[in-house]
Design a protein around this ligand. Sequence first.
Ligand code: ASP
Length: 331
Amino acid sequence: MISRRSFLAKSSLALAGIGMAKHGFATGLTEIEGNFPIVISTWNHGLPANEAAWKILAEGGHSLDAVEAGVRVPEGDPDVITVGKGGIPDASGKVTLDACIMDEKGRAGSVTYLQHIVHPVSVARLVMEKTPHVMLSGKGALEFALDNGFKKEKLLTKARKESWKKWKKENAKFSNKINIENVTEDNHDTIGMLALDKDGRISGACTTSGMGYKMPGRVGDSPIIGAGLFVDGEVGGATATGSGELVMKTVGSFLVVELMRQGMSPSKACEEAVKRIARKIPDYQNHQIGYIALNTKGEYGSFCIQPGFNYALKTNDKTELVDAEAWLKKL
Ligand code: ASP
């Protein structure tokens, strides 16, 4: 039986959606008014990404199209050195990309260790839509992309090649093994994006060149459904950035969504997922993890380990970069 509360929420969702689309203002009904469309995404490269997503959301488009269009912005920007073209290479000098996408129906697609393709998120979407699989990797993912009209491009920019050469010289003793001291703020900044459209449909996307100077073959959390991204159309979505190994070990994004299902707010769920890492992983203090989450009412939140993580937010009346609360500051 449908409860009065959920009936009110559902009808106001529909009304607010129509109201926003037609008039750009909320209808004045219940607690969810004005909270959608909404898009949030990790880090400050989320600001231009959100703008691209917003164009689709504002016209009443599907959140799946919005998140794909949104994260394609940093993927195509050679100055964003942690996503797509211009991303930091692995220890052997190869740029290898990971991405995934998921919609409100629980459909999901993912690519890992993909080389030469600027927009892995769009390949991930095709995996979701055109194949019976969820994930394609490496050579197979590349062949699939080329068969579907994607063009081979050079992803390693001159600037990144120079920094890689410098890094290689300084880290010669590590011979292609990851030097954890090199995992700093500026060499890992995945974009994860979550959007709720005017019809209350939630989707998410996550795309990255992964940890800078990672071991060849290393795949992080970002393309792993449940780790770097998870969406449940009845509850909400979550996505992660930071040292992917910690997120994978705790199935972070799935955990955040499940905690929201149990009634936690997005912020509280993100905090609990960070605390889980703090409890389970002894050297967690040497790492950064940032979670963002959005529920189907349009409530959002975040939490991270170290101060310094922020996320971009766009709604009908807000365009801003929000600093996430940090566990190491709260301790
Ligand atoms: N999570 C990504 C990875 O581990 C990197 C990042 O977000 O900083 O590959």
